[in-house]
Design a protein around this ligand. Sequence first.
Ligand SMILES: [Zn+2]
Ligand SMILES: [Zn+2]
Length: 167
Amino acid sequence: MVTANITENPAAGNTESRTADTRDSERASRRPETNTVSTANFRCKRGIALYKRYAEKIRRSAPHTYLVPSQSGKGIYLVYMKEGEECCSCPDYAKHHEKDEEGNETFFCKHYFAARLWKARSAECAACKGRYLTRHLKEAGEGHLTFYADDYLCGVCVPKHGLGEVA
Ligand SMILES: [Zn+2]
Ligand SMILES: [Zn+2]
């Protein structure tokens, strides 16, 4: 069991509710950040929790760009996912982000991990090109003239193209 050492401290003016994060920064002030593996592991776990809570609210707003609700759900952060150029609009990223010698980002916040999970569990609608969780998409199936059998379609596009209803 790894112990998470964190120094997360929401910056002033941040819209997130303080309760959970205040407890975290109190814990962090007692334990200086020394082990980057355990902090990454900790943020990854919080990212998984964030994904589980807000999977239905995460959106892709532009290529490589995802909108992820803050822990409290009151704010929203913009996560850029392009490999090597990953960044987030959250205070945790602003405080800790760092690049390696090749110029690749090496810091990943919980919003990044939540966005990555969402991306892995979503796919593009072959008709409107919007990205949706695969559980809301329907495969086009055999015999369709416009789409390949393994193309996915969203709930809006399915009836438009005569593919029935999406659960
Ligand atoms: Zn973030
Ligand atoms: Zn669509």
